[in-house]
Write a protein that binds this ligand. Structure first.
Ligand code: ARG
Length: 456
């Protein structure tokens, strides 16, 4: 029998239930639903809409339901329409008439808006902690590689030397911004919709700020139509999670590339690698391929909700029930991705010698060679031309800038001296990029310290 059996008789076709019921996915919000109801009932008692005894009875009943669900003594009945229905029906079965008063001055429309806000705020805390764990792993690994020279790329062509430490810290900065975005989103999520009723508020003298305070919310919504129909906060979270996954996907792609035989910059630990059913030699980076692949799901979840919300007239429409599956899928995907990357990174073995080899063979110190000439008084554009010709000569001769003799250098310009070798040494090239945010080892250490401070 349905809560709303009064108007229709509530005897519904099972095919309606199949499309209408949401308990299959919204049952995961049982804790938020019960906690929200406890605050609502406490407030109803305080303002005198129900008696203090009724309020206490309801609160005690709800607390019992919560602890029984958590201990496993009470199973959520999956034949109910949704989690709100289940909790209210269970309460009434347990405490009788007072239970029927819980829903006074409330609609499932403002109730579900509250539950989802509470659930997402809790989840944001978890995601932030997980993101911090990854940032911390990046800092730890980076710290051990502040002098590990590797090529930095543009167009996936070797460009200028950086270090592995500097490279990894780039991802740490992205994640810090992801954390900022999530915390910002949480502030807007914690706005109380309860009191909006079905859409037009309620005639009861509710104390909404008191409920907000009980639940640790930042404030109350200021328009009842908006209170029940706003899902901006959910879209904002899905956008933030999409950007976060995009960062994880880029990082994962680096690991996939670096783990290849062509790069050989990193080897994943055996217990974080997979094999092939036919090719005995294979050790695959499935983890990072999956994180890269799962990014598409989260983008899809964002698109699902954007599309569900598009053109919905005010206020609540059942389309909005579709918010939850998209949100939960995105949350689960991010959760899984963030839980697997830190241990994978911490157990991976990087190969500094291969990175150095790649850095040495790519003329990535050509800019530094030109800068050397500039310091000797040659205008940059002329120095650029000389170095370009030097590189072409090297390619034709199968040499590198490091292996050219001084005589060969001097055929291109008389300003070259023996100190050119020091100037184009890769670690020198990196160390001389000694500006805040640069790859010089001491600057990377500064960035690591600054980043760790942000982790609190
Ligand atoms: N399961 C519903 C949802 O998730 C709860 C709200 C139901 N409201 C209603 N007017 N039928 O949106």
């Amino acid at each position: 029998m349905k809560l709303w059996a009064g108007r229709t008789g509530g005897d519904v076709d099972e095919r309606l239930s199949a499309i209408n019921n949401s308990i299959g996915f919204d049952s995961r919000m049982y804790k938020q639903d019960i906690t929200g109801s406890i605050a609502h009932a406490t407030m109803l008692g305080k303002v005198g809409v129900i008696t203090p005894e009724e309020s206490e009875q309801i609160v005690a009943g709800l607390k019992g339901i919560l602890s029984d669900i958590e201990s496993g003594a009470l199973q959520i009945d999956m034949t109910c329409e949704d989690i709100h229905t289940f909790v209210e029906a269970t309460l009434t079965a347990r405490i009788g008439t007072a239970g029927k008063k819980l829903h006074t001055a409330r609609s499932r429309n403002d109730q579900v808006a509250l539950d989802i806000r509470m659930y997402l705020a809790d989840q944001i805390d978890r995601t932030v902690d997980q993101a911090k764990d990854l940032v911390s792993a990046l800092c730890d690994v980076a710290e051990g590689h502040i002098e590990t020279v590797m090529p930095g790329y543009t167009h996936l062509q070797r460009a200028q030397p950086v270090t592995l430490g500097h490279y990894l810290m780039a991802y740490a900065q992205m994640l810090l911004r992801d954390i900022d975005r999530l915390e910002d989103c949480k502030a807007r999520t914690l706005i109380l919709p309860l009191g909006s009723g079905a859409l037009a508020g309620t005639t009861y003298p509710l104390d909404r700020p008191y409920v907000a305070e009980l639940l640790g919310f930042n404030g109350i919504s200021m328009n009842s139509l908006d209170g029940v129909s706003d899902r901006d906060f959910a879209l904002e979270l899905l956008s933030d999670l999409s950007i976060l996954m995009m960062h994880l996907s880029r990082f994962s792609e680096e690991i996939c590339l670096w783990n290849s035989w062509e790069f050989k910059f990193v080897t994943l630990a055996d217990n974080f690698s997979t094999g092939s059913s036919i090719m005995p030699q294979k050790k695959n980076p499935d983890i990072t391929e999956l994180v890269r692949g799962k990014t598409g799901r989260v983008y899809g979840d964002l698109m699902t909700l954007l599309t569900a919300m598009k053109a919905l007239p005010l206020a609540y429409n059942k389309d909005m029930q579709e918010d939850k599956e998209a949100l939960f899928d995105a949350i689960d995907t991010v959760d899984l991705s963030l839980s697997v990357l830190p241990p994978m990174l911490r157990t991976a073995t990087f190969h500094p010698e291969n990175m150095k080899k790649a850095a040495a063979g790519g003329f990535i110190n050509a800019t530094d060679c030109a800068d050397y000439m500039v310091k000797k008084g040659v205008p940059f554009r002329d120095a650029y031309g000389v170095c370009g010709r030097l590189v072409r000569y090297c390619v034709e001769q199968g040499k590198t800038l490091e292996t050219l003799t001084l005589d060969e250098y001097r055929q291109f310009s008389p300003v070259f001296d023996a100190d050119v070798y020091q100037a184009i040494d890769l670690l020198t090239c990196v160390s001389q990029r000694d500006i805040p945010g640069g790859p010089a080892p001491r600057r990377v250490l500064e960035t690591i310290a600054h980043t760790r401070q942000r982790l609190g």
